[in-house]
Design a protein. Sequence first.
Length: 123
Amino acid sequence: MAKHISKIDTCTLQLCEAYSWPGNIRELQNIVERSVILCSGDTFSIDEAWLSIQDPAGLAPPAKMTHILQDQEKEIIESALAESRGKVVGAGGAAVKLGIPPSTLDSKIKQLRIKKDKFKTVS
């Protein structure tokens, strides 16, 4: 950019150290490039508004999110098993309904501790 930057604004340094950088190096690179382009003097500074501030109260903790996703996945698999009357493999099986390989479905059934026998109907 043919600019001579010799100082970093103290507030900018504190912002950078405190920020979690969820976008990793790409986010840092974009913000540095934008700051250099807009910089008019020899002091590097970042506009605080450029940092994507997230409301921690609005986000589910990762562990809670994992449980929510597992519960939803279990419901979807159980629904497919109910529709296929406990059949996993073959035409009309739960794997076909879900569009996944039977081996993947079997491992998910084990992982989620689903009792597929309860979906079998006695003829």
